[in-house]
Design a protein around this ligand. Structure first.
Ligand SMILES: Nc1ncnc2c1ncn2[C@@H]1O[C@H](COP(=O)(O)OP(=O)(O)OP(=O)(O)O)[C@@H](O)[C@H]1O
Ligand SMILES: [Mg+2]
Length: 453
């Protein structure tokens, strides 16, 4: 059994306090305090999950208490108890950080329900937090940027499928991060202790590919001097990543289908099937369904692969991510090259966010690297952008937005970063990939600040 959640009850009225203590004692560890000062003392010495406080008390009122408590324990769940009809106070409490409020006299059954609900919500939040930490730490999702809705969806799917054995097909244009996602699925899943074996199907001739995948026995063909274990077998207990799966020819497709259906392979020139337990992750930048329709790819194999499909959207379709990625890679390459660029000029941002990025994230990454290495000054400017990008840059429309719009955009990013970090400037600057000093300057420039403390 898990330990009981801990509740702190604060009420100046002894009978009310005792009543709540008695009611909650069975399912919770309960502490009680008769005023705000005493409550803060308890909070300083005890891990408390839920603060349950009356609002009207002599000395420190419940809302002030809650605010002080939250300042030191931001994860604390607060429920404020108000007198019947004190709606305004209840609203104020919610605005200042209460998770819920209840009106007195307290209906104990209802209180139990509310507690259960808030604790459950908190638990889920914590789990997500832990999962995120785990993700970041385990496969460098800290290097995988994507705040846009489609990318968040991708991350969710990755988490969901990682622990299963289901075949995953990752599709997306070149440079969208297919390999990164494949590795993430492997490392997040139960097979992370096993090997991650990648095969780039387009890079090998088909004969070679076949023996590369399935292995061969000694003497299977001219030049097969030794028995060779194929990648399928090497990936036993782990994951096999078949990149550019669209490029395998018909005979290898048949063998692959069998391997997937029967979880057995046959080495080239061998006569006994070998059991393999590897999880298949495939990637393609061509549309397999169209290839099926055109008779270029086996339909049965297609359906074997098409179990869980992850589609990585092209970069040009996720504007928000472009800005995040620019700043992310700026930080990366600043560090790598011992440079200190503080950011991009608004005009450069405008041009780069309007650019079509046919090479997606890989292109962006390479471009930022090049700019960091070659440019001088404090900010990366339009003149530092490779000329061919400047010319073909926009997608037809005027590539450079007006100053106003670009400023507005930058301002929005900053506000969002502050919101995402609960106003923590150091973390916000980190997220934006700029220094804290730059952030400070921009806050002044845009008149952001109050309300985001
Ligand atoms: N979400 C992301 N955040 C940050 N960097 C990323 C992200 N996705 C991909 N990258 C980087 O972009 C580059 C290309 O990624 P990756 O090799 O995974 O793409 P791909 O889809 O496999 O490309 P291709 O089809 O050309 O093989 C790598 O340097 C990778 O680290
Ligand atoms: Mg790739």
């Amino acid at each position: 059994m898990k330990s009981k959640p801990v509740v702190l009850i604060v009420d100046d009225e002894k009978s009310a306090r005792d009543g709540l203590v008695r009611a909650l004692r069975r399912d919770y560890r309960v502490f009680a305090a008769e005023n705000g000062t005493a409550a803060l003392e308890v909070l300083a010495g005890q891990q408390i999950d839920v603060l349950l406080s009356d609002v009207r008390m002599p000395g420190m009122d419940g809302i002030t208490l809650m605010q002080r408590a939250l300042a030191n324990h931001p994860e604390l769940t607060c429920i404020i108890l108000t007198a019947y009809g004190d709606v305004e106070l209840a609203v104020e409490a919610m605005q200042r950080g209460a998770t819920d409020f209840m009106t007195k006299p307290i209906n104990l059954d209802k209180l139990e329900l509310v507690l259960e609900r808030v604790l459950k919500a908190k638990h889920i939040e914590l789990e997500n937090e832990q999962l995120r930490v785990q993700l970041d730490h385990k496969y460098g999702l800290e290097n995988m940027i994507g705040n846009s809705a489609p990318m968040q969806e991708v991350f969710d799917t990755v988490r969901q499928v990682a622990s299963s054995r289901a075949t995953v097909l990752i599709q997306g244009e070149s440079g969208t991060g297919k390999e990164l996602v494949a590795k993430a699925i492997h490392q997040l899943g139960s097979r992370s202790k096993g090997p991650f074996v990648a095969v780039h199907c387009a890079a090998l001739s088909q004969n070679l590919l076949e023996s590369e995948l399935f292995g061969h026995e000694k003497g299977a063909f001219t030049g097969a001097m030794e028995r060779r274990i194929g990648r399928f077998e090497k990936a036993d207990g782990g994951s096999l990543f078949l990149d550019e799966i669209s490029e395998i020819d018909a005979s290898v497709q048949v063998k692959l289908l069998r391997a997937l259906e029967e979880r057995q392979i046959e080495r080239v020139g061998g006569d006994a099937p070998v059991d393999v337990d590897s999880r298949l992750i495939a990637a393609t930048n061509r549309d397999l369904k169209t290839m099926v329709d055109e008779g270029e790819f086996r339909e049965d194999l297609f359906y074997r692969l098409y179990v869980v499909v992850i589609t990585l959207p092209p970069l040009r379709d996720r504007q928000d991510d472009i800005l995040l990625l620019l700043n992310h890679y700026l930080a990366v390459f600043n560090k790598e090259n011992d440079k200190h660029f503080e950011g991009f000029t608004p005009a450069a941002y405008g041009l780069l966010s309007a650019y079509g990025w046919p090479g997606n994230i890989r292109e962006l990454r390479n471009m930022v690297e090049r700019m960091v290495v070659l440019a001088r000054g404090r900010l990366l400017d339009v003149k530092d952008i490779p000329p061919q990008m400047r010319e073909t840059g926009g997608r037809g429309k005027g590539a450079v937005n007006t100053e106003m719009t670009v400023d507005e955009m930058e301002k929005q990013m900053i506000v969002q970063a502050l919101e995402n970090t609960a106003g923590n400037r150091t973390k916000a600057a980190e997220k934006l990939g700029i220094s804290r000093r730059t952030l400070h300057r921009k806050l002044n420039q845009y008149g952001i600040g109050k309300g985001h403390e």
